[in-house]
Design a protein around this ligand. Structure first.
Ligand SMILES: [Zn+2]
Length: 155
């Protein structure tokens, strides 16, 4: 009678690849708890006499928060709006200057409008995809609470 029950669950336990500690936590969770701890330390330092210790803990927490902070993501809407306004404004200045004829002018302005919208939607899509990738990558990352190693768990 083979009993694999003791072996199989063992493989599901995740550990730090550097120090083999099982004391690991998701970066996103660490960031949230780290931010609240910093506040607590600040209040503690204000009330107690241990200013040196308080400051030390606070800066440690801040460093940890910086290490585990989520990626900077830019707004796809603002990026697209910037591209649209930029292309349309520069384009219309050129069109107005080069083609005073109102019919060509009108046709070119329509084309410009379509081109700027098209470019803006491309930019929107690109930023959105990049944000999604960054967020997904961040969601997969763990930090070792023993040696502060940041790593991705092998699936
Ligand atoms: Zn470790």
């Amino acid at each position: 009678m083979e009993d694999n029950q003791n072996i199989t669950p063992r493989q599901n336990i995740h550990f730090c690849p550097s120090c083999k500690s099982e004391n690991i936590q998701k970066l996103s969770l660490t960031y949230m708890s780290g931010a609240s701890k910093t506040k607590g330390v600040g209040i503690g330092a204000g009330m107690g006499g241990g200013v040196g210790l308080g400051v030390g803990l606070a800066s440690n927490q801040t460093l940890l928060s910086t290490m585990v902070a989520p990626p900077q993501i830019s707004s796809p809407l603002w990026g697209a709006l910037g591209v649209w306004v930029g292309i349309f404004m520069i384009g219309s200045i050129i069109v107005m200057g080069l083609f005073p004829d109102s019919l060509i002018n009108f046709a070119l302005m329509i084309a410009l409008l379509i081109a700027s919208f098209w470019s803006a939607s491309k930019v929107y899509h690109r930023i959105a995809v990049s944000n999604k990738a960054k967020t997904e990558e961040y969601g997969k990352k763990y930090i070792c609470l023993r040696c502060s190693n940041i790593f991705e768990l092998a699936q």
